[in-house]
Design a protein around this ligand. Structure first.
Ligand SMILES: Cc1cc2nc3c(=O)[nH]c(=O)nc-3n(C[C@H](O)[C@H](O)[C@H](O)COP(=O)(O)OP(=O)(O)OC[C@H]3O[C@@H](n4cnc5c(N)ncnc54)[C@H](O)[C@@H]3O)c2cc1C
Length: 377
């Protein structure tokens, strides 16, 4: 039976995809979003739909990522048909670019370790092989890796389409709602979310998908979500004639012709500003990759905060103490949007079983003193 009412706290890419997927099954979804005061990775990301390098040391996450990229084509078509929004999905493969033999060797070892079941396929390419597919690469590019399942989208259009689709499926969206308290009533049959200005919403189920706020909200429902901010700075150029047929981890050309250049990885707390040092580093690296970029104009630079768990993998969990309360957070909200819409949303709505082995994504894994975590990939 679908659950009648679900509150989703957080209207970024994770919350919106789950809310959309739940509403599509017939659930009455209320999405509460903090709005403009919030840190929102969903509005500042790089837009890659990326499989290669996901799931090092975590085979269930590698399999989850593969299923998610397989969902992408149907999701893009469905959103276009339903909302009229084309999210500009291009999923014909993507490249990681390396500048030294050592970097390329490490990449090969990493990808080989992930691809234990043949479902995260990759190919390593030397300079000449890369040049045949990306003619504009510069002489300092040593080699790279390729995965034919990778791609990119316009993440802002994706966010817009998910919100539009949610509303078309009867979902209600409240903006400017800063949820401070979440809890269950007696008997834990109903959940409530209370905003800073005292408004209260109640429902049978609740999902915490509030990005960096999940850390403080989780404990109120017996959950553990140690997410930390990690800043990425991104640059964008003026529109250029099409020269880049595939996305890469250093640059991608959008459907409009601008080139997005990425990205820094910085541990600076909640500071989402930009710095001259990072902008210079990103620009230099982009020019080393594609020398033709040396003469183009940059039109904008921004910083945005990643929502990062200690191992870089998602947390999905129903609260053992408060069944009906869920948490979802992921550092790959673009790549995993299909899994959130087609697997997590229907699970939370009660119409589909939990994804198999979902327990592996529980936040308690970070409490194990014998485990060491690395979110560098
Ligand atoms: C520079 C950069 C590059 C990235 N590149 C990629 C990429 O190429 N591919 C990819 O897959 N992922 C990428 N990501 C990650 C991706 O953007 C995130 O995984 C995704 O945006 C996370 O979505 P979210 O909804 O969990 O969090 P957010 O986008 O941060 O959204 C959280 C939402 O919750 C709301 N909220 C917060 N607190 C409250 C509260 N108390 N009450 C109510 N609402 C609240 C906010 O208003 C916000 O809308 C990148 C991120 C960054 C920063």
């Amino acid at each position: 039976m679908p659950s009648n009412e679900i509150i989703v706290v957080g209207g970024g890419l994770v919350g919106a995809a789950i809310a959309y997927g739940a509403a599509k099954t017939g659930a009455a979804v209320t999405l509460l979003d903090q709005g403009d005061i919030a840190h929102r990775a969903s509005r500042g990301n790089f837009g890659l739909v990326w499989l290669q390098s996901k799931g090092a040391g975590f085979p269930r996450y590698a399999r989850w990522s593969r299923d998610a990229v397989d969902h992408w084509g149907p999701l893009a078509r469905e959103l276009l048909d339903l909302t009229g929004v084309d999210v500009d999905l291009q999923q014909n493969g993507g490249f990681w670019i390396g500048f030294s033999e050592q970097e390329v060797a490490e990449r090969r070892a990493l990808l080989a370790a992930i691809d234990t079941d043949g479902r995260t396929p990759f190919e390593m390419l030397n300079h000449q092989e890369l040049k045949a597919r990306l003619p504009e690469i510069g002489p300092r590019v040593v080699g790279g890796s390729w995965c034919h399942l990778d791609g990119h989208v316009n993440p802002l259009k994706l966010l817009h389409a998910l919100h539009a689709g949610l509303k078309l499926h009867g979902g209600r969206v409240f903006n400017g709602v800063d949820v401070h308290e979440v809890g269950a009533d007696q008997g834990a049959r109903r959940f409530q979310a209370r905003s800073a200005d005292g408004r209260v919403w109640r429902a049978d189920r609740i999902v915490l998908a509030a990005g960096l706020s999940n850390d403080k909200l989780a404990s109120q429902l017996g959950l553990h979500a140690p997410v930390l901010a990690n800043r990425g700075q991104v640059l964008i150029t003026e529109r250029l004639k099409k020269f880049l047929p595939y996305p890469t981890n250093k640059a991608r050309q959008t459907a409009e012709g601008t080139v997005q250049l990425g990205f820094s990885v910085e541990d600076v707390g909640l500071d989402d500003g930009t710095t001259v040092a990072a902008i210079e580093w990103i620009a230099r690296r982009a020019v080393m990759t594609f020398p033709l970029l040396s003469s183009v104009k940059l039109v904008r630079a921004w910083g945005a905060l990643r929502v990062m768990t200690p191992d870089g993998a998602p947390i999905y969990q129903e609260s053992p103490a408060f069944p009906g309360a869920f948490i979802a957070t992921s550092h790959s909200g673009v790549s995993l949007a299909g899994a959130h819409a087609y697997e997590i949303g229907p699970w939370i709505a009660g119409v589909q079983p939990a994804p198999d082995d979902v327990g592996q994504f529980a936040g308690e894994r970070f409490l194990d003193p014998n485990r060491k975590f690395n979110n560098a990939h």
